[in-house]
Every structure is written in C-alpha cells, then in structure tokens.
Design a protein around this ligand. Structure first.
Ligand SMILES: [Zn+2]
Length: 284
C-alpha cells in the first residue's frame, strides 16, 4: 500500500509497478536522476502524443535545443514498449488548467506519458492508428500509476484537456479521453461504474484455465503473485506458496466483486484469468 510520504517523492517505483502490470519495460540510462527538480506531490497522469510515429525514448530524455529534456517520465512505443525516461519533473505540460491542479503547474503534479504517434488529426475517431499494443500499454501504465497512488481514473487526463485552450494542444489525438479513462478504470478493477469490458486479452487464450480451492502448483503461485503485486488492494494475506487456500479464494472474490462483468464465485476460470491478465505457466 502506498505510504502518504511517497506522494512527496519522485516516482522511482515506476519500473516496478509497470512490470507488475505485465508491461514490457525498459529503463533508459540515468532515469533515476533525470529531471528538472523533484516532485512535491503527484496528483495524476497526463497523456500525450509525440507527433511522430517514430519518436524515440532518447528524444524524450534529451529534448531539443529550445526545450531540454526530460520531456516526460515515460515513452510508449508503437509496439507497446514502455521506457522509463525520468523520475524527476519533466517539461511535458506547459501552461494550462484542470480542476484538481493549480493553474500552470501540470509539470510539478503529473506524470507525463509520451506516445510515439502522430495523433492523426484533432477529429480522428477513437483509436484510429493506435496499435492495440500501444493503446493498451498506455492504459496499463496509467492504471498501474494511479493504483499505486491510490487515485481514481478521473486523475488521468489528456494534454488537450489541460492545455487545449491555453496552447491549442490536441494531443493525444484520436483518443477519446472518456473512453480511455473507462478502459483505465477497468484495468484498475476498482471502479464499479466502469462498464467497459476489458478488451485487451481475448478470453480464448485462457480457455483451459480453472483454478479453485485446493489447486496447487506454479500457475497458482503466478495467480498469487499477480494478486499480490498488481492488485495489492485485494490481496489481503495472500502468500505466494502455490496453494489455493482460503486467503487466495477471498482475494479472488474481492477482485471479482470489484471487476464489472465477473461472477463472484472465487474460481479463476477463463474470464477471471483474462481480467487479471494472468501470465500462463506452461504445464510440465
Ligand atoms: Zn502534449
């Protein structure tokens, strides 16, 4: 569980929580010490597009002559690779305003996610030219961060929502931020109002999963690890011992209770496994 004090420090936990979310994470050299000073308190996440499908993590780390890097804390490539570029403050937000931010302070209160994407156009339909791998990596990264911070999905905003009026920003283009937040809420699994099913993982891939009270082995251990590290709020006293006992069952029930569309039965079948994005361990 996040300690209150952690909200006043740089997010050096980024790689850990992103990996717990099953994302492909790269740590860009020097990320821990990179920043324009330290964060005071983290209030949310701001999503951007870089303006180019091929913009690299290095371009976000180093910036450009008129705007030195870091330009964001995270970079998400089109293949879904998430690179942690900086733990300190980055110049991504500029001037603007939003309800839970003092005016023009986005850089000091939000974690920026820069996505290698042209954004297509300000009026492009949702997810046009956003590859699934990239889109769901951004959703997962945002979900992992707000879960860690104990914040709701409403704390994930687009640059256009903050700086649209002030700077004419329209990024991230081809992203309907309400639909994006709904997907984030589904990933967090804690927002009962979210009705969007989790589209990232086809249930078919989990067709053979059936874990319940009394199951044992490495797949149960992976379930426990997933509950403990990615869904900490539900995990209770779960131990990673590969035995599906009462604690594991109650954690599964709690996850099911908080995830729209799941039956609360304490059994991990295909739908619950997909919702957990459980890593499948090949049978020996
Ligand atoms: Zn932007």
């Amino acid at each position: 569980m996040p300690e209150a004090a952690e909200r006043h420090h740089d997010p050096v936990w980024l790689p850990e929580v992103l990996r717990a979310e099953k994302l492909d994470v790269v740590e860009f050299g020097g990320w821990r010490r990179r920043g324009h000073g330290d964060f005071e308190d983290l209030r949310g996440v701001m999503v951007h597009h870089t303006g180019s499908d091929s913009a690299t993590a290095a371009s976000i780390a180093y910036g450009r002559p008129d705007l030195p890097g870091p330009l964001s804390q995270l970079h998400v490539a089109r293949d879904g690779t998430v690179t942690v570029v900086a733990a300190g403050v980055a110049w991504h937000a500029g001037v603007g305003r939003y309800s839970w931010l003092p005016a023009n302070t986005g850089n000091w209160h939000t974690i920026g996610i820069e996505c290698a994407n042209t954004g297509t156009s300000p009026l492009a339909p949702h997810r046009l030219d956003w590859p699934d791998a990239q889109y769901f990596a951004v959703v997962g990264a945002a979900a992992a961060i707000i879960r860690r911070l104990g914040l709701p999905a409403s704390r994930v905003i687009g640059h256009k929502e903050y700086a649209g009026r002030a700077q004419g920003k329209w990024d991230p283009g081809a992203i309907d931020m309400d639909r994006f937040r709904s997907d984030v809420a589904a990933f967090v699994g804690a927002d009962a109002r979210a009705s969007t099913p989790r589209p990232a993982v086809p249930v078919g891939g989990y067709a053979d999963v059936l874990l319940d009270r009394g199951s044992t082995g490495p797949q149960v251990a992976e379930l426990q690890r997933r509950l403990k590290y990615a869904y900490t709020a539900y995990a209770g006293d779960v131990e990673i011992d590969g035995v599906f006992g009462p604690e594991t069952e109650s954690a599964v029930r709690e996850f099911q209770r908080r995830t729209p569309g799941l039956v609360v039965d304490g059994v991990v079948g295909p739908a619950t496994a997909a919702a957990l994005r459980l890593r499948l361990i090949p049978a020996l």
